[in-house]
Design a protein around this ligand. Sequence first.
Ligand SMILES: C[S@@+](CC[C@H](N)C(=O)[O-])C[C@H]1O[C@@H](n2cnc3c(N)ncnc32)[C@H](O)[C@@H]1O
Length: 327
Amino acid sequence: MRTLPEAVPGAAAADTITPTVGGDAIALTATPALPALLYQEDVLDGVRRLADGSIDLVVADPPYGLGKDYGNDSDRLSGQAYLEWSERWIDAVVPKLSPRGSLYLFCTWQYSPELFVMLKRRLTMVNEIIWDRRVPSMGGTTRKYSSVHDNIGFFAKARDYYFDLDSVRVPYDAETKKARSRPRFEGKKWLEVGYNPKDLWSVPRIHRQDPERADHPTQKPLQIVERMVLSSCPPGGLVLDPFTGSGTTAVACARHGRRFVGFEINPAYVDVARARVASVMPLARADAAQAAEAAEAAAAASIAAVPSTPAAANDAGPADALPHLAS
Ligand SMILES: C[S@@+](CC[C@H](N)C(=O)[O-])C[C@H]1O[C@@H](n2cnc3c(N)ncnc32)[C@H](O)[C@@H]1O
C-alpha cells in the first residue's frame, strides 16, 4: 500500500516553518513530519519569518472590505485604504511561493477587478473560479440583481505550476456513462476517471444547522478548500493560509497529508481552528488510508499524476504516520 511521505523532498524542510524569533506558535498537530502551525499574529508581522520560496500553495481568504465583524477592526477598511492594505499583504506573501507554487484568492466582485490586476502584475493568472453559494432567492434587493457568488482567483508562479487534475476529477454519473457506452468511447480513460471540474463551483455556503459549521461568520466550505489543496499542493507539501479564521485550510491539510502554516489575529478563532483540526484527525486516518489505496490503484493503471518532485509522491510511511492529535 502506498503511504504518506514523512518529509517533503524538494520543498522546504519542516523547520523552515518555525520562526526563529517572535510569534505565538500553536501546534495544531503533533507529528514532526506533517506539522501544522498557527500563529496568533498579524500576517504582516509573521509572514516575513517564512523562508522565501518555501510555500507550495497559498489559500488566501482575507477580509473582503465589506465590514464583517471578526471581533476586531480588520474588515473596517474600504476603498483605496483596503486596496493599499491588500497590496501590502500580497507583496509579503507572493515571494514565499515555491517555483511551482500557486495561490488562490477569495474575494467578491466589489474588489476582484483591482485585486486580480495586482496579482496579475506579480503572477500568472490561471483561472477565475466562480463560487456559486447556492443562496436561495429571498426577495430582498429590488434595485439590482441578487449577488450569490464569490470570485476566486487562481494564480501561479510559473507556467509549470503543480496541478494534479486526477485528484479532483468529478466522476461521471451512471446515466452519463450509459450515454457514452458506444464502442468508440469504450475504455476511454477520461470516462473512467471523471471530468475536469469546471470553473463554476456550486457548493452551498455553510448555514447555521450544517454539521460542519464552526463559530466563525465567513467559514468556507471544506469541499472547496479541499479541492484546492488536493489539486495544487503535492502530498506532504506546505500550505500557507494567511487569514486562517476557523481553520478550514488547516483541516483540509490534516485530512490529506499536507503541512500547514497560518496566521489569525483573533484568539477565539485560533481556538476554533485547533478544535476543528483535533476533531477531524480520526477521519484523516481513514481518508489517508483510502487515498493511499486509490493512489496505488491509479499508479497500477498508469494514470497517476506526475508529482512535482518524484520523491514527494513516492516516499512512503505508514498511514499511521499522519499527524496525531495535539492534546
Ligand atoms: C474571511 S475570514 C477567513 C475564513 C476562513 N477561510 C474560514 O474558512 O474560516 C478572514 C479572517 O482573517 C482574520 N484576519 C484579519 N486581518 C488579519 C491579519 N492582518 N492577519 C491575520 N489574520 C487576519 C480575521 O480575524 C478573520 O478570521
